[in-house]
Design a protein around this ligand. Structure first.
Ligand SMILES: Nc1ncnc2c1ncn2[C@@H]1O[C@H](COP(=O)(O)OP(=O)(O)OP(=O)(O)O)[C@@H](O)[C@H]1O
Ligand SMILES: [Mg+2]
Length: 295
């Protein structure tokens, strides 16, 4: 089958909504399913880099590629886990907004930087961890991507925040990247007993329909402890609620975004029996005879 790399930006201009946690654990769960994954940490805070067990290293980031100092292949780092690689971040990325803002190729700079990796086709997924702002790094990430995944918290004004980012997506689609898809919206840090949570989730689902992932990620203390251990929670404590939900989310993600493998069917509940269906005795006998002949 054709090897095709999908680039997915994980973005939301709002801070602290679970972008990095989603990047790290989606990537980890995909890699455990034998998908080859590259995480690109585009946030100077470097939380994705640290969460995947790597240190910040001056000179090793996409920033060096954007500056033309390094080839992209030279900044890809393996992690401790199979199929899971990362382009780390470093503090200099903080200057990117100022430094690159005047570049004529600023919109395409990340697309161009990642083009050799995409064309080589060695990865199933490249997942971009965007910083929390609608600045040039996030915009350029959206230009580079096939899809955008938006993690959100089901809280007051969630729809307003979504309108901001979907507005950006629409503008980029109308100009530089017509094939950019809203890959989906995933609810993070869900407190399922809160009435407001239920109301907000219902409103978002009503508006965005099947672009909202069925799987939601609960608030879970193991998820928040994992970054300090430099290990994704799906590896650190695979049976925790947070890990289980990220693994289920990765299944749903793969089913929606097949790459070089056949579409992965998400686990489906068994269909309910149909009591009103009449049994055609002659047809059943025929089927049984055929099954016998074939078997
Ligand atoms: N499901 C969860 N349960 C408990 N804590 C969580 C969960 N998801 C994320 N957190 C915690 O919430 C905080 C913010 O999460 P995260 O860093 O993933 O958000 P972010 O959107 O990437 O933030 P920023 O905008 O600063 O990049 C972190 O301390 C993280 O450990
Ligand atoms: Mg983050």
């Amino acid at each position: 089958m054709e090897r095709r790399t999908k680039i997915i930006a994980v973005a939301n201009q709002k801070g602290g909504v679970g972008k990095t946690t989603t990047v790290v654990n989606l990537a980890a769960a995909l890699s455990a399913r034998k998908r080859a994954v590259l995480v690109v940490d585009l946030d100077p805070q470097a939380h994705a880099t640290l969460g995947l067990g790597l240190e910040k290293q001056p000179g090793i980031s996409l920033y060096r590629v954007l500056l033309g100092e390094k080839a992209v292949e030279d900044v890809i780092q393996p992690t401790k886990w199979n199929n899971l690689n990362v382009i780390p971040s470093e503090v200099d990325l903080a200057g990117a907004e100022l430094e690159f803002g005047a570049r004529p190729d600023r919109l395409e700079m990340i697309r161009n930087a990642l083009a050799p990796v995409k064309e080589a086709g060695a990865f199933d997924y490249i997942v971009l961890d965007c910083p929390p702002s609608l600045g040039i790094v996030m915009t350029s990430s959206l230009v580079a991507s096939d899809g955008v995944l938006i993690p959100i918290q089901a809280e007051f004004l969630a729809m307003d925040g979504l309108a901001l980012i979907t507005g950006s997506i629409d503008r980029i689609r109308a100009s530089v990247n017509p094939s950019l898809e809203l890959n989906g919206i995933v609810f993070t840090m869900v407190n399922s007993v809160a009435r407001l949570t239920q109301d907000v989730m219902e409103e978002v689902r009503k508006h965005f329909g099947d672009r909202v992932y069925e799987t939601t990620i609960p608030r879970n203390v193991r998820v928040s402890e994992a970054p300090s251990m430099g290990t994704p929670v799906v590896f650190l404590d695979p049976r925790s609620k947070g890990a289980e939900s990220y693994k289920a989310f990765a299944w749903e993600f793969m089913a929606k975004n097949p790459t070089r493998f056949e579409a992965v069917p998400a686990p489906q509940p068994a269909p309910a029996p149909q009591p009103e269906e009449k049994v055609d005795a002659a047809a059943s006998a025929q089927n049984a005879a055929e099954a016998g002949a074939n078997g």
